[in-house]
Structure formats: structure tokens, C-alpha cells
Write a protein that binds this ligand. Structure first.
Ligand SMILES: *[C@@H]1O[C@H](CO)[C@@H](O)[C@H](O)[C@H]1NC(C)=O
Ligand SMILES: *[C@@H]1O[C@H](CO)[C@@H](O)[C@H](O)[C@H]1NC(C)=O
Ligand SMILES: *[C@@H]1O[C@H](CO)[C@@H](O)[C@H](O)[C@H]1NC(C)=O
Length: 414
């Protein structure tokens, strides 16, 4: 069960804080860029880059009218280029939405260069995480003043928040973790900006953990007193912790939900408790059709309850990341649950927070499930801030935002 236990922060090797990115060979890049501009195709692509770029870099300006396909497209949920300039950074550079088939397939020479040209890189969502680490915050962050971003999920949300907060001490970040299995906050007092993470034990009903047959959460082995406090269900936690938190950190500007790894464990515990088939009692195994159907029904309950409690607040959902080891082919169930969630969330109009899929290939884990401090938390911060900006400037302005799921457009078109 080690994978589900909370991770001690000491386990994480900080990979060097906010080290500067590797030096770029600027003059070479400039030459390459100018060469590119001489080509007609490249000229068009660059023009498209600049157009799109100018639209979403104008962070304080209003978003364009509903239906503006270029301006409304989401740089994290569109196909793009993953750029890992160092172990500390992951940038996702979307291919420009205006690029035609000819643009995308016009052959250019393979160059002796590692970094993408600066103008291509500037298509990525702004590196808001870096901006937050500045002592005097740049005006691009004005949208974040008096806002709060909530992550309601598991230890991965809390660890992203903790790692991110420590990475941003220079920017004035203040970490507060009242209880690992209840909530954690990271505040930027100068902006009055709060990142909050709320913990829950998955979608199991409260009754599984109450007398007369408290077989679920209270029966888990734990290493600390009061490690797993009640309430044990999302309904109970919504009532007792999440709604009351508004008086402490303000109304959420947006909420990213998750329920994943505790549910995967629940299926095996359930089979154990009800003496189901031996195969079903295994910790890692493919999920059954009925398990996924149950999960989808509970996800709907969670989404609808959160929407009812926080009317009008934009909601996203974070899926699961692969296990490091794929022990017993445990990534099959991760993939299955991701797919099941994509289907039901598309129907619920809840866009995916694609953090996990953008981490594909990451190998620096702290255990089979938790990632080390480093690039994943940086990506989390850039994404959280990008979506916060969208939430603040008008979540509903873009159509079909938020329903589309471009990463999987082919298979899951609504
Ligand atoms: C990234 O980290 C890994 C593991 O610590 C190391 O082997 C590798 O050399 C690092 N790469 C860079 C580009 O720093
Ligand atoms: C900080 O922001 C919250 C809203 O999230 C607001 O309720 C509160 O008044 C703000 N505090 C200050 C000191 O401006
Ligand atoms: C879904 O599961 C697979 C494991 O097969 C993983 O590689 C992928 O990154 C997961 N996450 C998302 C958001 O697709």
C-alpha cells in the first residue's frame, strides 16, 4: 500500500529550485529564424504564430468573441510539441491552429539545433510560474489578484501545491498545511492569491466507513494518529470542509477535481470485503465494466454536487498519471479509468486538466505513484494560472469551450 501513503516531503530531492534555463545559442537561432522567414510557407506559419500569440499573450485584455476558433483554442489541450529545456521545466507548444495540412507537412531541413526557435516557443502558454516567483509581480499577473484556485483531489494535488510553494518562496509564497488529509494552502500575500488543495478518500460512500461495518477508511493501516480523519465521503467533505473554506480563502475562481488512485484501491478492498472472485481482490488488475460504470455514476454525483455548492465556478478534472513501474501491468487500470472519465466528463462539459498526459515519459518518481519535486509542479503552476486567467476573463466566452477534448478528438467527439 506504500503507493497510497502520503509522501514525506523529505523524500523529495529538490532538483535545484528555479535554476535558469540552459543558455541558448541566440545568434544561431536568429540566423535560422531569418532563413525560415525567406520561405513562403514559413512566412505564413510565422504570421499565424504571431497572430495567435498576440491574442493570448495580451493577458489583461478581454478575450475575443465567442466562437473565435484561433483565440479560443487551449494550448494545453491541443496537439503540440513537448519541450523539456531542462529537468526543471516542461513547456507545451501547441501547433498553430491556423496551420493548414500543407503548412504542417511542408518539409524543412533537419537542423543542428536543440531548442525550438524563440518565436515558436512563445506560442506556449506564458510561464506564469516563473512570473509568480518575482518579488515585484509583473503586470501580466494582474488577473490573479484576489483570486483562488482550488484543487479537490488526492496527495498528488497537495504535493504539487507543496512543491510549487517551496519553489516560489522567492516570490513570497506562504505554505500552510493544517492537515495532509484535509487541506493545504499556498498563498501569495502581495496578490492576495490562494492555491488551495482539498483532500478526499475517493468516491466510496460514507456508509462503508461507519459503524456497524466500518470496513473501508477506518480499517486501513495507518502510521500516525488521526491520519485519516472523517468525513470519509466526498458528500461529507463538501459539507464540512469545502463549503466552509470560502470564509477562509474566498470563493473559488475555478476548481480542478480529481478522484482516481483511492478509487483504484477501493475496488480491491471492496472485492476483499464482499468476498468476490479471487482475481478481483488483486491490487493491480484490469478493472471490470461494472466498476467503471459505478465510478462514472459517482463522478457525476461529485461534479453535480460541487456545481450546486459553487454555482457558476468553472470546473475541470485532472486524470491519473501512469505508475512508474507498471507492476502487474498496473497501468492498464490507469488507462481504463482515464478513458472512462474522458467519456463521462465530456458529457458533463467538464474539460480535462491534461497535466498527467503532458508528463508522459517522466521517470523521476518518489515512489511508484508520486513524482519528485521538479518539472511536474512547474507545469502544474503554469496550467493552473493559465486556466485561472481564463476563468477570470470569461470561461464561457469560447464555443465549444469547455466541451471539446482535442487530445482525443478522434475517438470521443460528442
Ligand atoms: C535529468 O535528471 C536525470 C536524473 O537525475 C539525469 O540523469 C539527467 O542527466 C538530467 N538531465 C539534464 C538535461 O540535466
Ligand atoms: C482577498 O481576496 C478575497 C477573495 O478571494 C476577498 O474576499 C478578500 O477581501 C481579499 N482580501 C484583501 C485584503 O483584499
Ligand atoms: C492515462 O493513463 C495512461 C496510462 O496508460 C497514462 O499514460 C496517461 O498519461 C494517463 N493520463 C491522461 C491524462 O491521459
Amino acid at each position: 500500500m506504500a503507493a497510497y501513503e502520503r509522501c514525506e516531503t523529505d523524500d523529495f530531492v529538490e532538483q535545484g529550485g528555479l535554476a535558469a534555463p540552459p543558455p541558448r545559442r541566440l545568434s544561431l537561432q536568429l540566423q535560422a529564424y531569418l532563413r525560415l522567414l525567406n520561405w513562403t510557407y514559413a512566412g505564413w506559419v510565422v504570421a499565424a504564430f504571431l497572430l495567435v500569440h498576440s491574442v493570448w499573450r495580451g493577458s489583461t485584455g478581454p478575450l475575443p468573441d465567442r466562437g473565435d476558433a484561433e483565440a479560443c483554442f487551449d494550448p494545453f489541450r491541443s496537439p503540440g510539441y513537448i519541450f523539456r529545456p531542462s529537468n526543471l521545466s516542461i513547456r507545451h507548444v501547441p501547433f498553430p491552429p491556423s496551420a493548414s495540412l500543407d503548412d504542417l507537412t511542408s518539409s524543412t531541413a533537419i537542423e543542428d539545433a536543440i531548442d525550438p526557435p524563440d518565436d515558436v516557443l512563445s506560442l506556449a502558454a506564458p510561464a506564469y510560474g516563473d512570473m509568480l516567483n518575482e518579488k515585484v509581480k509583473p503586470s501580466e499577473l494582474a488577473f490573479a489578484r484576489d483570486q483562488s484556485v482550488w484543487f479537490i483531489g488526492d496527495s498528488h494535488d497537495r504535493m504539487n501545491l507543496e512543491v510549487f510553494c517551496r519553489q516560489h518562496e522567492a516570490g513570497g509564497a506562504v505554505l500552510d498545511v493544517p492537515h495532509w488529509h484535509i487541506k493545504a494552502n499556498c498563498r501569495f500575500p502581495d496578490l492576495n492569491l490562494t492555491f488551495a488543495s482539498f483532500f478526499h478518500y475517493g468516491l466510496a460512500p460514507e456508509s462503508d466507513s461507519l459503524p456497524p461495518d466500518a470496513w473501508n477508511i477506518p480499517a486501513l493501516p495507518s502510521s500516525r494518529e488521526n491520519e485519516n480523519p472523517p468525513p470519509y465521503s466526498v458528500e461529507g467533505r463538501l459539507r464540512e470542509f469545502w463549503v466552509p473554506a470560502v470564509s477562509e480563502v474566498g470563493r473559488p475562481s475555478m476548481i480542478v477535481l480529481n478522484s482516481f488512485f483511492w478509487d483504484l484501491r477501493y475496488f480491491a478492498l471492496y472485492a476483499e470485503h464482499f468476498n468476490h472472485h479471487e482475481f478481483l481482490r488483486r491490487k493491480e488488475r484490469p478493472l471490470t465494466y461494472s466498476e467503471l460504470a459505478w465510478h462514472r455514476s459517482r463522478v457525476r454525483v461529485l461534479v453535480e454536487a460541487v456545481r450546486e455548492a459553487f454555482p457558476g465556478v468553472p470546473i475541470m478534472f485532472r486524470l491519473g498519471q501512469a505508475h512508474q513501474t507498471n507492476r502487474n501491468e498496473g497501468n492498464v487500470e490507469v488507462f481504463q479509468l482515464n478513458e472512462s472519465l474522458r467519456a463521462v466528463l465530456a458529457k458533463l462539459d467538464v474539460p480535462i486538466f491534461e497535466w498527467a498526459s503532458l508528463l508522459t515519459g517522466e521517470s523521476r518518481y518518489a515512489d511508484d505513484q508520486h513524482l519528485q519535486a521538479g518539472a511536474p509542479a512547474r507545469l502544474y503552476a503554469d496550467m493552473a494560472m493559465y486556466y485561472l486567467r481564463r476563468a477570470v476573463t470569461g470561461w464561457d466566452r469560447c464555443d465549444p469551450w469547455p466541451a471539446s477534448t482535442p487530445h482525443r478528438r478522434a475517438s470521443l467527439n460528442r
